[in-house]
Design a protein around this ligand. Structure first.
Ligand SMILES: NC(=O)c1ccc[n+]([C@@H]2O[C@H](COP(=O)([O-])OP(=O)(O)OC[C@H]3O[C@@H](n4cnc5c(N)ncnc54)[C@H](OP(=O)(O)O)[C@@H]3O)[C@@H](O)[C@H]2O)c1
Length: 296
């Protein structure tokens, strides 16, 4: 049972705004927190907001999600994605507020040999500063909540988020295809795998998990199935009837500051065992790009 309002940090972000909607749909009172009131760069920024709103639960979506930026400035990534989480967890726990910390598949190294999805207990081993900072955030929150008493900590790891208001991978692919001369191929990485996850589905899943009184701990929450980036792009173009062919390239050919894990697939069966099931990624993407999502 969630008592009191539910605070959502990063409420201007993709997942944060979906959560505010999902909470309202579940008839829970959402308290959206965003800059400048809530700033990851300001230690103890949460204290005044916690005292004002007195939430029973806080869902922490705010993060420095620019993975290439994190690679260029790992100290700032650590400050925003780990130290700020530690400060927030201490402030929440001391007030009896439960916490959902949103984390990432990038806590894994992506070298899993059996091509099965990572489960919650698998060994972590981030390979870039974003993943390192998010893992440090997880560890900091666990250190605060793992005394087994009082409020609950859930860590929800996810991957490859997309959703309103756009500016996401599907829309970048559509924009890139629109810039190409007719018939020219769109070069997309084909050796990086993950589960594209619709923020609206993830938000509903997070709310269902905490409402269903899932025990505290770590849960993987992604739309079912997986794809390479190139397969994801092909599906995007097919839904929108864009004829551009996709030319598969390797991650090595696509220069960027940060290398994501090549095999970033998460297994969501622990959440499914608690009745929280996300639909196949293809169905969610169809829903999003067909525009039906606007009516949600
Ligand atoms: N995007 C993905 O593919 C992905 C995959 C796995 C996990 N995740 C995790 O999922 C969560 C939500 O991601 P998202 O895709 O919704 O991210 P997003 O759209 O980039 O939103 C990030 C949110 O964090 C806020 N934020 C950034 N820097 C801040 C700061 N210094 N102080 C306060 N707020 C700050 C942003 O506020 P402004 O609007 O003010 O910038 C925004 O509201 C994050 O924890 C992320 O690590 C994301």
């Amino acid at each position: 049972m969630i008592s009191g309002p539910v605070a959502v940090t990063g409420s201007t972000g993709r997942l944060g705004r979906a959560l505010v909607r999902a909470l309202a749909a579940a008839e829970l009172e959402a308290r959206p927190w965003s800059r400048p009131e809530y700033d990851l760069d300001v230690p103890s920024a949460a204290d005044a907001l916690l005292d004002r709103d007195r939430p029973g639960l806080l869902i922490h979506c705010a993060a420095w999600t620019d993975v290439d930026g994190c690679a260029r400035d790992p100290a700032l990534a650590f400050r925003r994605n780990a130290t700020a989480v530690s400060e927030l967890a201490i402030s929440c726990h001391s007030r009896g507020t439960s916490l959902v910390l949103v984390s990432t598949n990038e806590v894994f190294d992506g070298r899993r040999a059996d091509r099965m999805g990572y489960v919650e207990g698998d060994a972590t081993g981030p390979i870039n500063p974003y993943g390192e900072s998010k893992l440090a955030g997880e560890q900091a929150a666990r250190a605060v909540y793992d005394d087994g008493s009082g409020p609950t900590l859930w860590i929800a790891r996810t991957s490859w988020l997309y959703g309103p208001p756009g500016a996401d991978f599907p829309h970048k692919i559509l924009a890139a295809a629109a810039r190409l001369p007719a018939g020219a191929p769109l070069r997309v990485v084909a050796d990086e795998f993950g589960s594209p996850t619709y923020t609206e589905d993830l938000a509903d899943a997070i709310v269902a998990l905490v409402r269903g009184r899932a025990p505290g701990g770590t849960y993987h929450l992604v739309n079912a199935g997986y794809a390479s980036r190139a397969e994801w792009a092909e599906r995007v173009l097919a839904i929108r009837h864009v004829a551009a062919p996709v030319e598969p390239i390797s991650q090595r050919e696509f220069q960027r500051a940060s290398s994501p894990p090549l095999w970033g697939v998460l297994d969501s069966s622990a959440a499914a065992a608690r009745g929280v099931v996300l639909r196949p990624w293809q169905d969610a993407l169809d829903d999003y790009l067909a525009g039906t999502a606007a009516s949600r």
